[in-house]
Write a new protein. Structure first.
Length: 826
């Protein structure tokens, strides 16, 4: 593969995806505007196939032809059709508004409006079949998706007569939705059995911010633009305004002709308000649940919900920052339809004011998070799925999965944190081996004073009576005071904190008295319903001691079992974990367990009957469910497939696919690309963007305004760059736009998908899901006797008929191709 396709193709793909990740703007316009500039980008996704092929030399039609051909060579029938329709718009407008007066000060608003919208309709159809004697499958899949995103932002900076930044405010609205409809229909056969299925899945989610407003201001008028104005290219400028800075500071330096300047200053609180709404729907049906031992109702879902929230917020800890790097390369660009020229420098920066991204991000974060105690669509979804047969599997229940230790205040921590040397429970109980109260040990002086144990025998008398240090009371050059060990023995005071254990339990070296403990850790019930498997942690058990573990397990249908077992020498280690398997059948004659919750409670005692402290939960519970079993029909079909050659067929398909795709050579028209913002030093604004395409001998303006330096690239895409009135008109047309305004169903050509799915039950389902969609006419001959499908295009090289592939946006196909390109490069 030609490596030139990689860099430029990836940059262009990233550019398209970034453009698709946002959406439109709305705000009130000033009565009078001056110093207006407008620019933007628009893209029609119908041309994606053509544009990708132009930029990479890779044809999606060729790729899908090879995929279907590889399947045919392996003995599989495979047809694929796909259609994408949509558009993306990114518009920036800037102007100076009418002066306003606040607190007797005249302020001039500098407004930046960003309008971004994105909407697409995507349809995919796949039909595949295979037959070998009495083993076969015939499957049809339809996937329809809709994506919509709209973000409207109006950001305003207020400057005083001295050009100082006094305050900032921002208004935004946001709307997004995503939906998917999947129909999977067909049958599998084997061993004289046939299993038909007709599975339907539908889901959608939307999130809207109907309004959001935020305000912030430097504590004192900022010199941001006064510091930026005198800088000459090339230069870098960094600015931040936060709530933890006490006073403003600035600095600058110059090296090799490149200037760098920094301005940091304190900001007041960020205040704002918002209103949002969200909704979702999920429906799932048709799964052959009875074939795997479930009831049909267990796997049929139809739920929906919606939430609304509004509120205000104040942030007293935040930071606004931004930077710009301006290069010394200049060019004249056209900024309107009249051909007006402006001299600009290439720059690396956000295409708007420095504070705008941070102001928008903070407002969006608060509007999405919502008010404290407000409704959340995710919480609503969690509540709606409670009670579904599989819902418990989404989370962890007590006694399952992660091992936890319960603190005295009810807080749960990971059991691995117990006795790790750090107190994680509020009262230090998790460091049980270091003393019941946790913390560092202390030393009690002879006069009752209490000091840190580490101060003992350190050469300094910290006790009033000096008892923490060795004393020679009679002057015979020997230590006369002693230290009392827990076992009643005594050691010389100069042996304390000397690095060696002289007391049996190490108390003379600051080790706290060892206090045996245990806690229930985990319990599992084996799949046969006859065996409990129990784990419990224990620590500081005495060597050569035998302990008795007594337990009671209770469950549904009056199930109760009380028993015990011993833990003897050699069966445990200090701080270790013991596993014990408890049979509930066999010699006891107990039946297999029924479904339900089983809980175990326990005690641990030593050979003299003294109880060992349980520092965990009083009881541990687990819900037991009987695993469903597949039907005889499903097992028969599975056995037939296992005895067939389907594995060889799929391996052959993979090998054929690699061989075919390995022959695809991608060739890009350009070697590299560079993206820039275009900086107007006269207004200190970004007034456009530019993507430069580079080949070994020339650089071209691939995306951007008309330029005095770069000629238009000879090979381009359908990304349209707008300036002046055209950009303003596009921005106005896409403010608060709906998906139906962006994508006309009548222009969404799904003929390739309809052709592939023609004659299947999925085609009927699609007609029901899209009753207003006009029927598509298809022509062609039978391209697969087994599949019986009509096709639209004849491949000139092979004479084979394939379904017409309309523009594709499924990036998985690009990734698939990329795998083999990388292999080829290697």
């Amino acid at each position: 593969m030609n490596r030139r396709s990689s860099a430029f193709g990836l940059i262009l793909t990233a550019f398209l995806l970034c453009s698709a990740a946002f959406a439109p703007i709305a705000s009130a316009q000033a009565d009078t505007r001056t110093n207006e500039t407008a620019w933007g980008l628009t893209y029609d996704w119908t041309y994606l196939d053509d544009d990708v092929e132009a930029m990479t030399g890779i044809s999606f039609v060729d790729i899908l032809t090879d995929v279907m051909g590889a399947a045919d060579d392996a003995g599989l029938d495979l047809l694929i059709g796909q259609a994408t329709t949509g558009e993306t718009n990114v518009i920036f407008e800037q102007w100076t508004g009418e002066d306003v007066t606040e607190g007797g000060v005249t302020l001039t608003p500098q407004v930046t409006q960003m309008t971004i919208s994105h909407g697409t309709l995507n349809d995919v159809g796949v039909v595949t079949s295979w037959v070998e004697d009495d083993v076969s499958f015939d499957i049809a899949l339809s996937v329809d998706t809709e994506e919509y995103l709209s973000l409207n932002v109006e950001y305003t900076e207020f400057l005083n007569a001295d050009g100082e930044l006094v305050s900032m405010e921002i208004d935004l609205s946001f709307a997004s939705s995503s939906s998917i409809i999947i129909d999977l229909e067909g049958e599998v056969s084997g061993g004289g059995e046939t299993l038909p299925f007709d599975i339907a899945f539908e889901a959608g989610i939307s999130f809207d911010i109907s309004e959001a407003h935020g305000e912030a201001a430097p504590e004192s008028p900022s010199q941001l633009y006064n510091d930026l104005d005198p800088l000459s290219a090339p230069f870098s400028f960094y600015w931040d305004c936060d709530t933890w800075m006490d006073s403003a500071s600035s600095s600058s330096e110059s090296e090799d002709g490149h200037s760098s300047a920094w301005l940091s200053e304190p900001c007041n609180d960020y205040t704002g308000n918002f209103a949002n709404a969200a909704s979702y729907n999920v429906a799932f049906s048709g799964f052959p649940a009875e074939e795997i031992g479930l009831e049909a109702d267990d796997v049929s879902i139809s739920i929906s919900d919606s939430t609304n929230d509004s509120g205000t917020f104040t942030m007293d800890e935040y930071s606004l920052d931004g930077s710009i790097e301006v290069m010394d390369t200049t060019q004249d660009i056209t900024v309107d339809g009249a051909g007006t020229l402006v001299t600009v420098n290439q720059a690396e920066a956000f295409p708007g004011p420095l504070a705008m991204p941070a102001m928008a991000a903070i407002l969006l974060e608060n509007a999405v998070a919502g008010s404290e105690g407000g409704d959340s669509i995710w919480e609503a979804f969690g509540g709606d799925i409670e009670g579904l047969f599989w819902a418990d599997e989404l989370g962890e229940t007590e006694g399952e999965s992660e091992d936890y230790f319960v603190c005295n205040n009810g807080e749960e921590i990971l059991s691995d944190w117990v006795n790790d040397g750090e107190e994680d429970c509020a009262d230090g109980e998790d460091e049980y081996g270091w003393g019941s109260g946790g913390g560092s040990p202390s030393f009690v002086c002879g006069d009752g004073q209490e000091i840190a144990f580490s101060w003992v025998n350190d050469g300094w008398e910290d006790c009033g009576d000096g008892s923490d240090e060795p004393q020679d009371y009679d002057g015979d050059n020997s230590t006369d005071n002693w230290f009392d060990c827990n076992d009643g023995s005594q050691i010389s005071m100069d042996w304390v904190n000397d690095g060696d254990w002289d007391c049996a339990d190490g108390e003379d070296e600051g080790e706290s008295p060892l206090m045996p403990y245990y806690y229930l850790d985990d319990m599992w019930i084996e799949g046969d319903g006859n065996t409990f498997e129990l784990y419990f942690w224990h620590g500081d058990l005495t060597d050569n001691e035998t302990y008795t573990f007594d337990y009671t397990i209770v469950g549904p249908d009056s199930f109760e079992r009380t028993d015990s077992f011993t833990v003897g020498p050699g069966e445990y280690v200090m701080g270790g974990r013991l596993r014990e398997t408890l049979e509930s059948s066999g010699e006891r004659g107990e039946p297999a367990l029924v479904e339900g919750e089983y809980c175990i409670s326990s005690t641990l005692s030593d050979s003299e009957g003294a109880s060992i402290d349980n520092v965990g939960m009083d009881e541990l519970c687990q819900t037991y469910k009987i695993e469903p079993e597949p039907s005889e029909r499903l097992e028969t079909i599975a056995d037939a497939f296992a005895e067939s050659t389907i594995e060889n067929v799929m391996n052959s398909f993979g090998e054929n696919l690699e061989d075919r795709l390995g022959d695809i050579e991608g060739t890009a028209p350009y070697e590299d690309a560079r993206g820039y913002a275009l900086y107007d030093s006269a207004t200190m604004r970004i007034i456009g963007v530019q993507l430069i395409a580079i080949d070994p001998t020339m650089s071209y303006s691939f995306i951007g305004p008309e330029s005095s330096v770069y000629s238009e690239a000879p090979t381009t895409t359908h990304i349209e760059y707008l300036v002046g009135d055209a950009a303003s008109a596009a921005g106005s047309a896409t403010e608060d736009v709906e998906l139906t305004d962006m994508v006309d169903d009548s222009e969404h050509d799904t003929s390739s998908v309809d052709t592939v799915l023609d004659g299947t039950g999925v085609a009927d389902d699609r007609a029901e899901d899209n009753p207003d969609e006009p029927p598509s006419s298809t022509t062609g001959s039978d391209c697969s006797e087994a599949a019986g499908k009509d096709c639209d295009i004849v491949d000139d090289d092979t004479g084979a008929l394939i379904p017409f592939v309309s523009p594709l946006s499924v990036l998985g196909v690009i990734a698939l191709a990329g795998i083999f390109f990388r292999r080829q490069d290697a």
